[in-house]
Ligand binder design. Structure first.
Ligand code: NAD
Length: 286
């Protein structure tokens, strides 16, 4: 199936950049949100991106106009989604809200439309049965910032058809991304699982007094060739986000290995969330 029109629902941190990326890559792109303020912010960001890239000579006037023409912002879900071949949902991480949205999208969209969720942790099999087309409902997981990060994880739950996966892999490539096919639904998918294992081990070593924050980061950077150490990366992602994700997982599994480490808990409790609060594993006020 050829995808021509993409609708992104949710114009927040992830959605505004996914919608812009779609327009840049030549798709007809609709960006919708229940919040007018979020839509305005997304539109301002897109216009600013186009202006800056035109000034830098990366796109010419014709391309700038074409991107603007291909990108529509609206709070009307029905008009945004009714002509879409692919819908990418990027709204709040609450299962009941996502299920309600997918049930609505199922009624609004034509039968061929693929309904994807950008969720990092909710697998599509928890959502698919809210629609009459489970074979066309899957996780299409972008990374932040979506304009820059190349990875898209395309996850094939047991209900998803091969054709849907192949179409979404192809769209991801057309969006300039490198898609990874994930053959099974697994908590955290691939990249976040690896990241989680690294950060948990790094925190364990810090708690045990094995090495300092700086030395563990240096070992990972200069020994393993990672561009950033795990603590610098946690400060960037947000210690509050990491704590919430770990705590939710721990409450679900009850396994000691999923429990947030003392190093993480102490910083979370002191409101030291990382770069955003000026202090985390490192002090950014200095
Ligand atoms: N933040 C990240 O780094 C990241 C990375 C990958 C995936 N994700 C996933 O992407 C999704 C969105 O995350 P985010 O960080 O962009 O969130 P966000 O809070 O920045 O944005 C969510 C947006 O959805 C809107 N919204 C809420 N309910 C809505 C509804 N029913 N209909 C339309 N719009 C609605 C909100 O107004 C808000 O603008 C989540 O599922 C998250 O797991 C996030």
């Amino acid at each position: 199936m050829k995808i021509k029109t993409i609708c992104v629902v949710g114009a927040g941190l992830m959605g505004h950049q996914i919608a812009l990326q779609a327009a840049i890559s030549g798709f007809e792109s609709f960006c919708t949100d229940t919040s007018e303020a979020a839509l305005q912010k997304a539109q301002d960001f897109a216009l600013d991106w186009i202006k800056k890239n035109q000034e830098k000579g990366k796109i010419d006037e014709n391309e700038a106009d074409a991107i603007k023409k291909r990108l529509t912002f609206t709070s009307d879900l029905e008009s945004a989604a009714c002509g879409a071949d692919l819908v990418i949902e990027a709204i709040v991480e609450i299962l009941a809200v996502k299920r309600e949205l997918f049930a609505r999208l199922d009624k609004i969209c034509p039968p061929h439309t693929i309904l994807a969720t950008n969720s990092s942790y909710l697998v599509s099999s928890k959502i698919a049965d809210a629609t009459s087309r489970p074979d066309k409902v899957l996780n299409m997981h972008f990374f932040n910032p979506a304009l820059i990060m190349k990875l898209v994880e395309v996850v094939q739950g047991p209900h998803v058809s091969d054709q849907t996966v192949e179409t979404v892999m192809e769209v991801s490539r057309a969006l300039g991304k490198v898609p990874t096919r994930v053959n099974k639904e697994i908590y955290g998918f691939v990249a976040n699982r690896v990241f989680s294992a690294i950060t948990q081990e790094a925190c364990y070593m810090l708690d045990q007094g094995v090495a300092s924050v700086e030395d563990i980061d240096n070992a990972v950077r200069f020994g393993l060739g990672h561009p950033m150490g795990p603590f610098a990366l946690l400060d960037l992602v947000g210690i509050d986000l990491e704590y919430d994700v770990r705590m939710a997982r721990y409450q679900e599994t009850g396994l000691a290995q999923d429990k947030p480490s003392p190093a993480l808990v102490a910083r979370f409790a002191a409101d030291n969330f990382g770069r955003k609060s000026g202090k985390g594993f490192y002090d950014y006020k200095k």
